[in-house]
Design a binder for this molecule. Sequence first.
Ligand code: PHB
Length: 389
Amino acid sequence: MKTQVAIIGGGPSGLLLSLLLQKAGIDSVVLERQTKEHVLGRIRAGVLEQGLVGLMRDVGVADRLDKEGILHDGTVLSYGEDRLRIDFREHTGTPVVVYGQTEVTRDLYDARDRLGMDTVFEVEDVTLHDLDSDAPSVSFTKGGDTVRIDCDFVAGCDGFHGVSRKSIPASVLREYERVYPFGWLGILSETPPIHEELIYANSDRGFALCSMRNPMLSRYYVQCSLSDKVEDWSDEAFWDELKRRIPSVDAANLVTGPSIEKSIAPLRSYVCEPMRWGRLFLCGDAAHIVPPTGAKGLNSAAADVHYLNEALRDHYLNGSDAGIDSYSARALARVWKVERFSWWMTSLLHRFPDQNDFDLKMQQAELAFLRESDAARSALATNYVGLPY
Ligand code: PHB
């Protein structure tokens, strides 16, 4: 096989990149290790920045998002019984859109199907070759056959555990990491959301988040111990714990019901540098991970995709490699600011096992300053709605 850009990974970043390239007349092939059903079964965060919404519009995939996405003009932070609202619209003029990442992925697949764009699912043994030459290639096996794709470039959109980052020589790669000493236990339930906006709660018992997907589907999380198992948490125990971590005025509005999904996710901050090696470009989780506080995972992947799309357009349409040469530095400049914000939100709102009284006072002072300072709330809002590309 032959293509211009081989895209490793059929998650939202790879799919979005393929559609943006297609619009510019650039040919690509998407390889995915799992089945489509598996990809669409993954539940991720559900808050979209305007930048990502704009990219979805650019590729003509925003109809359902425009209809079903819920605009949020602000969010609530709580500390015990104290509530503080951050007004995005007042500080930035911009709302965020609540729409599940799973739905974004579904819309991107549907658009690719309409355009007759093929995805190769269930590929195994994906190997990247000659990335530091002018003629890279990708090989994989599928159903016992070995296939090779000759290409000009490889886009590594295959997540934290994918092969792309591992194809960069260890002598070149620098890694930066923080692993947090707790996880998030999340449930999805077919119940009306507790409040019209998200509630991020810090409490003596730990962090909790009240989120939503639509008017009859809610997503809730509580900070849990890394040794906890999903089986340890009955629905009843979850609801009980959630209620104790949020202000009582909100707890009074909680509608509980059976969970339709329950899972535990660890929290990690991670960045690798550089994000380009030869003809390989990393996008999204393949290069960086954020803890979910602030919902930046997909949004920061979308910014990478935007930079890479511009770089490849410049190469193919304008004969300039300036974008390719600056891709890593441009993407990382934004990535680090998003890492900082996600780390800051996580540090502000969670209870750390080794936290002493001084650390607790720092969280309280930070929240008091947010309450009193327009500038502090504006900084939070600016980061939450999304830094410019
Ligand atoms: C979610 O709805 O799953 C969600 C929302 C906001 C976050 C993280 C997760 O910060």
